[in-house]
Write a protein that binds this ligand. Sequence first.
Ligand SMILES: Cc1cc2nc3c(=O)[nH]c(=O)nc-3n(C[C@H](O)[C@H](O)[C@H](O)COP(=O)(O)O)c2cc1C
Length: 341
Amino acid sequence: MTFKTREPSAKLAHIEACLNADVEYQKTTGLEKYDFVNQAAKSISLKEIDTSTCMLGKRLNAPLMIAPMTGGIERGLELNQRWARAAEHWQIAMSVGSQRIGLEDPSKAAFFQIRKHAPTTLIFGNIGAAQICRDFGIDEAKKAVEMIEADALFIHFNAMQEACQDGDVDFKDLDRKLTEMCSALKKVGIPVFAREVCFGLSPEAAKRLIDVGVDGIDCAGAGGTSWAKVEALCAKNDRQKKMGHCFGEWGIPTATSILNVRSVSTDIPLIATGGLRSGIDVAKVIALGADLGAMARPMLLAACTSEQALFELIEDVIAQLRVCMFGAGTPSLKDLKNILF
Ligand SMILES: Cc1cc2nc3c(=O)[nH]c(=O)nc-3n(C[C@H](O)[C@H](O)[C@H](O)COP(=O)(O)O)c2cc1C
């Protein structure tokens, strides 16, 4: 089997580019259009606010995830291990970035090892839909999960990003391959979640994903890191740079993306990513219908500062979520549903 390998230096370039504020959308997530009603006279104690939840049978301290970012290079391993220690400490979920490098070159699989740093918490593996349409089959999907002893597998959909970087843009056989993969992985007990990377999901896209048999969705929408802008910064030539800039604001805002998924399924497990920057944002995505909120770039910036900065960021986000629930008079996450105005 011949692979069109992405060189590890691209992984480093993505990390460097994402440290730069130019990668953020000007377009907003749409979460700012919603508010909670302040409940000034509720018989409720801050101490008793319960932020805990459950996903795929694992209990989480808060409905929070460190979104997939990297792996397969030394710098990626250091970052993933730092995120893994934080995820384990706070009992939140995390995912590694695309495991393509580790699958194409097994000597790089060691640069994804995080389980010993997060022995109990919920961990997702990650492969690309573009690779499933080309070279990767059921064996590679299983290997990705085994490589990191993951609890579940993300398949990321990034057609617009691939188009901006002259990458893999042939998704023609997607439905058949995904249907086969979801069915085979279901038989061996591996849950599959489809995820956008930041361009959001339409109701049609969400329905197709549910129809092919995914077990969950991350509807990552616009309003935070724009992967077209990242590709503009990492472009190898002027044409790619122009393409990245041209589509820099492309995408369905995160709030709409959540509502789009919920318009076609009220119960599929749903993660929301894209522009979440505080515990109030996490509360809002839960209120709109998501089960977990995930953050990428803020976790990157904090982890690149220090392990302590990362732990403090997560502590702050959970504390903000708790105070938001207190202010809204909602003792548990289920009470948050449908109370935005
Ligand atoms: C440095 C970096 C690398 C990323 N690499 C991946 C990846 O390999 N696979 C993936 O599914 N998403 C990847 N993402 C996308 C994020 O998981 C997330 O969907 C996106 O950045 C929007 O979230 P944010 O606004 O909180 O950054 C990456 C994000 C960052 C910042």
